[in-house]
Design a protein around this ligand. Structure first.
Ligand SMILES: [Zn+2]
Length: 378
């Protein structure tokens, strides 16, 4: 009898271990990369090799005919510009190719994908994402954001510790050198959304610029100066929300040829998928209906949140708004227009505390749980 009880206990332990393993399999864990640029790239390529192979198979065959020629030209130009400005990042991409066993050319083409995207039918085009920040709360400056990219399976969590630069932590697609959902060791946090724009340029892919920004800038002011010098993107605009540990915050409205800065109001700031400043408004390419029914209602909701949101309990307040639905809601489920996108995940970033919460498992945050990550804690 005693032995049977023991066996039962063993079975329960096994079940418990299996259950927690299953849950862990659905969650992000930070993958750390450090060393020389090539070392970082090689490890990244090695660990993400299956995901990178799948990204290549899913996206690159979509480039055909003239689009393929256009993408090859863009890739060549991008690599040249990166060699001039950020040669260490070219070295890292070469490391990714070596570590993953994929061709360098394919890795370079995927790196340029962000400025000339093609969409497999499984992942239809999405223009989305929202971000909002309190410049002060009981937990210091804090930002919440949604990533509306449509249940994409390639998202990972990285903690990159580059030699000679600030380390940073974030969630991004496995191929991205950097992304807009990151925080660095100085507490500089980024969020934002893409913007359809009318102008065309010859800038660098956004993930490349965001990566360099995280490594080099400690404050919002430094980041703005950095972005003023930088040509970003070819045909996609960005609203980049920046928040630092001192509570300074701004949205940089950046198109391929122009840039304006929108500063905080009401002790906070927010951004969705169209430009708001007088200088940039005329570059919005989204239809009036897209702006009126999709992007602007979220701005209205977030402005209300900035006036009325509970700064004593900012995590609870942000979770609520990130999980909100209906016109102006932030949590999307792939429904019919005007809710065409699906929210992949939501992040909450704490600039003073150097922490990030991420909603998991991937999918609309109303169906997930927020997990707290403390990458910079000893
Ligand atoms: Zn939802």
């Amino acid at each position: 009898m005693a032995k049977r009880r023991l066996d039962l206990a063993k079975v329960l332990i096994v079940l418990e271990v299996q259950t927690s393993f299953t849950v862990a399999g659905l969650s992000f864990f930070p993958v750390e990369f450090e060393g020389s640029p090539w070392d970082i790239g090689f490890k990244r390529g090695r660990l993400f090799r299956d995901i990178l192979a799948s990204i290549r198979e899913m996206y690159l065959p979509q480039y055909v005919g003239e689009k393929m020629l256009e993408h090859k030209r863009l890739t060549e130009r991008t690599v040249k510009d990166m060699e001039n400005l950020f040669p260490e990042l070219v070295e890292e991409l070469k490391g990714v190719a070596a570590g993953s066993g994929l061709d360098e050319e394919d890795i370079f083409m995927i790196n340029a994908w962000w400025e000339n995207p093609v969409w497999p039918s499984r992942f239809p085009p999405n223009t989305g994402c929202s971000a909002v920040a309190f410049t002060e709360s009981s937990l210091g400056p804090i930002m919440g954001q949604t990533l509306d990219i449509g249940r994409n399976p390639y998202w990972v969590m990285v903690h990159v510790k580059p030699r000679g630069g600030y380390s940073f932590f974030g969630t991004l697609r496995a191929d991205m050198l950097g992304g807009a959902r990151c925080i660095n060791e100085k507490g500089l946090s980024m969020g934002g959304g893409t913007v359809s724009v009318k102008d065309r340029g010859d800038g660098l892919p956004r993930p490349v610029v965001f990566r360099a920004l995280m490594e080099r800038c400690a404050t919002v002011d430094e980041a703005i100066e950095f972005l003023r010098e930088m040509k970003v993107s070819v045909k996609v605009g960005t609203n980049l929300l920046l928040l630092d540990a001192s509570g300074n915050a701004a949205v940089v409205e950046k198109s391929p040829t122009k840039m304006a800065v929108r500063w905080q109001e009401d002790d906070g700031i927010c951004a969705t998928n169209h430009f708001l400043t007088e200088e940039m408004k005329h570059l919005n390419a989204g239809s009036a209906e897209m702006i009126e029914r999709y992007s602007q209602p979220r701005i209205e909701r977030l402005k209300l949140f900035l006036r009325e949101g509970d700064r004593e309990k900012p995590i609870t307040a942000l979770k609520r708004v990130l999980r909100s639905h209906g016109l102006g809601g932030l949590c999307y489920h792939g429904d019919e227009w005007p809710w065409p996108t699906t929210t992949q995940l939501a992040n909450i970033l704490l600039s003073r505390e150097r922490e990030m919460y991420v909603s998991l498992p991937m999918g609309p945050p109303c169906m997930g749980h927020f997990i707290r990550y403390r990458p910079f804690s000893p």
